[in-house]
Design a protein around this ligand. Structure first.
Ligand code: ZN
Ligand code: ZN
Length: 379
């Protein structure tokens, strides 16, 4: 019998599994190579690993108790030298001892989802009304072809980090008045990845992606408005390590139109007509989104009245159909009259009995004044 495993763990021969586990954890905390790197301690660490491997396994323990050496018999452990490679049964227990459940954290992946990207796209009113298809140039990160996103130069590969043994974090024990305090932090050698890339890909410097300009064809649906965002799934930035790409958002910026003003899906414009035309009625040509149309100005149209053209506005983004085009009429009073025009107007005014008309005040104005009065009187 080479080693007394009970003595190594410092427990009695009739110790329970719980006591064995506790003893192992206490020693592992103290002797872990990350904590205590000197070679003698590492030898001790291997011993307690071997002892725990045997005594925590009921079958191996039985063999050992009967005088055998389960480690050489099984041919596997060989003194349980492999903390990283062999003793994986103990590995989680050691992690447990150090980190509790946090052991499941593990190293972080080199591969992460890429960011979303956004570009602005200018369109005119006509394109917003009826929809369009646009080619856009996007500058985003794409997977590096040289290393297929791995980040390692061709013919090389990432290797397990020797500082953290692939765990991605290193632990440190500090002594305080509370006893030993274990802290862990991302491994400085591998930045928490658990692997290092000895020869980074020359094309992408190990990032696994490169910037590239692409041309995308985007379908703009009818009815988009300023600020509408069109989501193109998977057309954003490829993630580090060749990770899945984010989405690309195309934000619509609608250029102002020379004649029409958009309010929701309705369009508005103003037509100015002479007083005589307003009185007599007329037809006004207007270039709408659907081509040339005649606006019918009824006889006796007042300034501020509007003529709606139903269904000549913007297509509703949802539900189909279209908004209206509303033509606001402004009546122009003639300002420069020659002698003959003035004579005719005076005659007209006389015929209509409008030489000294009484102005008519709008009830809206009166309402405003009475409200102001009420406010002053504190009512
Ligand atoms: Zn590369
Ligand atoms: Zn590391």
């Amino acid at each position: 019998m080479a080693t007394d495993y009970y003595a190594v763990l410092g427990v009695r021969r009739d110790a329970s599994q719980d006591e064995i586990k506790k003893a192992f954890r206490r020693l592992a905390r103290e002797l872990h190579p990350d904590v205590n790197p000197d070679p003698k301690t590492q030898e001790r660490f291997k011993e307690i690993n071997a002892a725990y491997e045997v005594l925590s396994d009921p079958q191996k323990k039985q063999v050992y108790d009967l005088g055998g050496d389960p480690l050489s018999a099984s041919g596997g452990g060989g003194g349980a030298g492999g903390f990283g490679a062999g003793g994986f049964g103990n590995f989680s227990d050691i992690m447990d001892a150090f980190f509790g459940n946090a052991a499941q954290r593990g190293p972080r992946s080199r591969t992460r989802r890429g960011q979303d990207a956004m570009i602005r796209l200018e369109i005119d009113l006509n394109e917003a009304a009826f929809g369009t298809t646009k080619d856009i140039q996007v500058d985003t990160a794409v997977v590096c072809n040289t290393c297929s996103g791995e980040g390692a130069a061709p013919g090389t590969s990432a290797q397990t980090c020797d500082m953290c043994r692939g765990r991605g974090e290193v632990s440190q024990v500090t002594r305080s008045f509370l006893g030993q305090v274990m802290t862990s932090r991302p491994c400085p050698q591998c930045q928490g990845f658990g692997t290092v890339v000895p020869t980074p890909c020359p094309e992408c410097a190990g990032d696994g992606r490169i910037r590239s300009r692409r041309t995308l064809t985007v379908k703009i649906p009818a009815g988009v408005d300023n600020g509408t965002r069109i989501q193109l799934a998977g057309e954003g930035e490829v993630g580090p390590g060749g990770g899945p790409p984010g989405d690309l958002y195309v934000e619509i910026h609608e250029l102002p139109h020379a004649v029409f003003q958009r309010r929701g899906d309705d369009l508005h414009c103003t037509v100015t007509i002479p007083m005589t035309a307003a009185a007599l009625g007329t037809k006004c040509p207007l270039e709408t989104l659907d081509g040339l149309e005649e606006i019918d100005i009824r006889p006796g149209t007042q300034s501020g009245q509007s003529v709606p053209l139903h269904g000549r506005g913007i297509t509703h983004l949802r539900g189909g159909g279209r908004g209206d085009l509303i033509v606001h009429v402004e009546v122009m009073t003639p300002s420069k009259l020659d002698a003959e025009q003035e004579r005719l107007l005076r005659e007209l005014s006389k015929l209509r009995g409008e030489e000294r008309p009484l102005g008519q005040f709008q009830p809206g104005q009166q309402g405003l004044f009475s409200r102001l009065k009420d406010a002053f009187n504190g009512r």
